[in-house]
Design a protein around this ligand. Structure first.
Ligand code: G
Ligand code: G
Ligand code: NA
Ligand code: MN
Length: 253
């Protein structure tokens, strides 16, 4: 309960910050975007999302937190646009209850309009499990977001029970291969079989594929050989405070 009231105040006290992890195109050797990840700067400690996102989801605080994250990402996109000519998108993680809101598209529209950036500056990540759990409630938002140019990426892909063929009936742009498969690449033959299948099917169906949790050169090489050149992970960079991501942005533009 103490944590709950502290989290409640964290937003108004500006204690929530976004860190950014670059998404890399290995073939082009450049950053192609970044994923925004929330952290709670509580006194001298940086509370990781695993320690407050679950509470935020239980208490409903995830709604104002996510709305703030969308606005903050738009603000940061504008700053980087002005400073560096940044034109990539920033991916924000949203739980399904945000997609269920009929005013999600309106809220995103207000965020990008407030800072004068295009809708495509914001990309949304929803986990496969969250998506499938509330599919019927989420589909209308997916269509409206797609119409205004906000791309959807399916996070933690391969851990749920959806079929990729079915997913392509939805307006999504990208799947993120779950890090559990990436972790075992080059170790278990099953993992490379799964990743090979996801890449082949996604390509046939016109979806981008990005691998998350890439930590070793070996994993990078296997992914590259399998035809996946978009990657994210500690091998390239951990999630960084905004001012530290600027080193990556400056090299990109
Ligand atoms: O950045 P880190 O590895 O600590 O993230 C841990 C978990 O918290 C991940 O599952 C990530 O998706 C989730 N997470 C991080 N930032 C956000 C956010 O802004 N919104 C939501 N809903 N989840 C987040
Ligand atoms: O899928 P999700 O949104 O939960 O992924 C974001 C989380 O993954 C963040 O907590 C981030 O810190 C973590 N992460 C990012 N890169 C790596 C990596 O290479 N290895 C591992 N184990 N975790 C990573
Ligand atoms: Na994510
Ligand atoms: Mn993920």
């Amino acid at each position: 309960l103490e944590l709950e009231s502290a989290l409640h105040k964290a937003l108004e006290r500006n204690e929530i910050v976004l860190h950014y992890q670059p998404k890399i195109d290995v073939r082009a050797a450049r950053m192609v975007g970044a994923e925004a990840l929330m952290r709670w700067q509580r006194g001298n400690t940086l509370v990781p999302p695993a320690d407050f996102i679950p509470l935020a989801e239980e208490t409903g605080l995830i709604v104002p937190l996510s709305e703030w994250a969308l606005k903050e990402a738009a603000r940061q996109a504008k700053l980087w646009q002005l400073q560096f000519g940044f034109s990539d998108s920033i991916a924000v993680n949203l739980p399904s209850r945000l997609f269920e809101r009929t005013d999600l598209v309106e809220h995103i529209h207000q965020c990008v309009s407030a800072y004068g950036v295009p809708h495509r500056s914001i990309q949304l990540e929803i986990t496969e499990n969250n998506l499938m759990k509330d599919l019927q409630n989420v589909i209308p938002s997916l269509h409206r977001l797609n119409e205004v140019g906000v791309e959807i990426s399916i996070d933690d892909f391969g851990t749920g029970y959806s079929s990729l063929a079915y997913l392509t009936t939805l307006p999504i742009s990208e799947v993120k291969v779950d890090r559990t498969f990436v972790r075992d690449l080059g170790i278990t033959p099953q993992s490379s079989a799964v990743v090979t299948a996801i890449i082949a099917l996604a390509r046939a169906l016109g979806l981008r594929v990005i691998a998350e949790g890439v930590e070793t050169l070996r994993q990078m090489e296997v992914l590259h050989r399998l035809g996946c050149s978009l990657m994210q992970g500690f091998l390239f960079s951990k999630p960084l405070p905004a001012d530290e991501l600027e080193r990556w942005i400056a090299q990109t533009v």
